[in-house]
Ligand binder design. Structure first.
Ligand SMILES: [Zn+2]
Length: 282
């Protein structure tokens, strides 16, 4: 049986899976990301061989951190310093003799949620809250891109926030009032001095309020039908966190209809499943 292969290449781990044409995962492997590009590439080739198990590969898709040139498939993920201007698409297509597509991890996760997350939404926004924060916006299932292919950075919008420790609000991009600085794993650690899993209910409430302000801006600007949220912080916060964020969003949203808001249906596999969906795209 011919297979699809999906890769989720992250700053701490690499996951590779093979799937059938319906996206059912057949085999999967994971490894730590190293500090050497050569070692990572050799590892990826071994992992692909392991999940393909001598079957024909119909196509491959990959999710990786930005920035990248999605058309040429040249990647320079910010949190993997050894990877700079890597012609990943050319390397993979030459080695594996099949089509290879790569995109920013949050775009790929949006594609995964859209395709396998049991939803139909003409205008769909996917957000991830993990170490950092990002998102992908799909119109009729197609990725919305900015000028010259630029990836819109929804985490770096300014919001009107509430914070019990305002002097600790500092975004890694250099600005002091970004949404990411208030709701991402790293931002939470900086503000509250602990990881998201150990926040008390009042602290969760504050994070949810701030996320709600960002959601309100996104809803007002894009007017999407559906917003789904994934990533470790959101999955950890669960339904209670999302419903508090929904309340804050709705309280301040005027003139546009409120989007349907919920947690990702794919848990920690959104980007990996998205990479498989990417391999299927015409
Ligand atoms: Zn920022």
């Amino acid at each position: 049986m011919a297979v699809l292969v999906g890769l989720d290449i992250g700053g701490t781990k690499i996951m590779v899976a093979s799937a059938d044409r319906e996206g059912n995962i057949l085999r999967r492997v994971r490894a730590e990301t190293s500090t050497s590009l050569e070692a990572d590439l050799a590892n990826i080739d071994r992992m692909i061989a392991a999940v393909a198990a001598d079957e024909e590969i119909l196509g491959m898709g990959a999710a990786i951190g930005g920035p990248l040139d999605w058309e040429q498939g040249i990647v320079s993920p910010l949190h993997q310093p050894a990877w700079r201007n890597v012609p990943l698409k050319a390397l993979m297509e030459a080695k594996w003799n099949c089509r290879f597509r790569v995109d920013v991890d949050t775009n790929v996760a949006a594609i995964g949620e859209y395709r396998w997350g049991g939803l139909f939404a003409e205008r769909f926004l996917y957000l991830t809250l993990s170490t950092g924060m990002g998102g992908g916006f799909l119109i009729d299932g197609k990725i919305y891109r900015g000028q010259d292919g630029a990836h819109p950075e929804v985490g770096h919008q300014s919001i009107h926030f509430r914070c019990s420790n305002p002097s600790a609000v500092q975004c890694e991009c250099g600005v002091s009032d970004c949404l990411e600085a208030l709701v991402s794993g790293n931002g939470i650690r900086r503000i509250y001095g602990k990881s998201a899993e150990t926040l008390n209910p009042e602290e969760w409430q504050e994070v949810a309020y701030n996320l709600g302000q960002g959601l309100r801006n996104l809803a007002a600007l894009y007017a999407p039908h559906v917003i789904r949220i994934g990533g470790g912080v959101a999955v950890g916060g669960g339904e209670r966190f999302v419903s508090a964020a929904r309340e804050a969003m709705q309280e301040h949203l005027r003139l546009v209809p409120a989007p349907q808001l919920g947690l990702s249906h794919l848990g920690y596999d959104t980007a990996l499943r998205g990479a498989i969906a990417l391999a299927l795209l015409k």
